[in-house]
Design a binder for this molecule. Sequence first.
Ligand code: NAP
Length: 295
Amino acid sequence: MCATPASSQKLPRIGLGTFRLQGEAVQNAVRDALRLGYRHIDTASIYHNESAIGSVLQELYAAPSSLLTRSDVYLTSKLSPYDMATPHVALLKSLAALQTTYLDLYLIHWPGVARTRASSPENKKMRVEAWKVLNEAKREGLVVNIGVSNFTAHQLREVVLETGFAMQGAVVQMEVHPWYWRDALEIQSLFAGESVDIVGYALLAEGNLLGRDCAEHLDRIAEKHGISRVQTVLAWALKKGWGVLVRSMDQEHLRQNLEAFALVDVLTSEDCAVIDSISSLDTEEKFCWDPRHVA
Ligand SMILES: NC(=O)c1ccc[n+]([C@@H]2O[C@H](COP(=O)([O-])OP(=O)(O)OC[C@H]3O[C@@H](n4cnc5c(N)ncnc54)[C@H](OP(=O)(O)O)[C@@H]3O)[C@@H](O)[C@H]2O)c1
């Protein structure tokens, strides 16, 4: 089964994450994922794997058996917090490393600037300027879609107000799992009229999902439907209308994760309410970097 058919415009709902994968490891994961039907590859300048991904994509486009062309692959990369002062140059570097003339999606990776205090007003100044540059890059055709990652609802509203560039059609990538999902819902509701897409990462909650003390309700739902815990959580996020990114070097995991798309209708709204209730507003736990501290 395939995720949403990809084009350079439409966001495939299930993507391959490539954080922590480099060299041959990332190349093998990309090869396996594309063969299995993935069409969205998520990278970032700070993952230091864009060149490896660029090379393997060229190899696959050239292989007659793969039948892949550039327009079949939805390629996401991100502006590093170290490059916030030079977004256009950074984008050109990512394009060169990925051996492509355009990205399907380019995101501001983080609302803050590297080596700058979280409380510094420089953070806001730089992300506002970066959002203008991303909008210009879109006009230039260097990127088809733009967005941000790890921004709070407040930071999102702020860049729109300060730049006059709306979030229309933008993508917001952020941490999402049953222990932390209400901020994604808030952003989704806030920009409901502007076709903003939410894409979740860390769906396995940094190992919590596979831990022994994982919520029993999840296992009951998974067992009832004959699916895995990971598939249950992926289908839950997809059912909320969010995209998902998962990293795997295991072909069976890659296959199972892609199957989650077909399981969206298997989960009932009662199942989803139970998964929602694994955390409450008071007990939510965020496991990855937290933008709420960035001024
Ligand atoms: N924008 C941001 O700031 C940001 C932050 C973090 C992540 N991301 C993006 O989101 C992607 C995903 O996040 P992540 O890389 O941190 O980790 P993740 O996808 O949440 O977890 C990866 C781990 O889960 C395991 N796994 C995957 N599928 C599985 C399955 N079906 N059953 C059991 N284990 C499974 C993998 O092991 P195996 O290899 O054995 O399958 C791997 O150890 C990243 O790679 C990156 O592209 C973005």
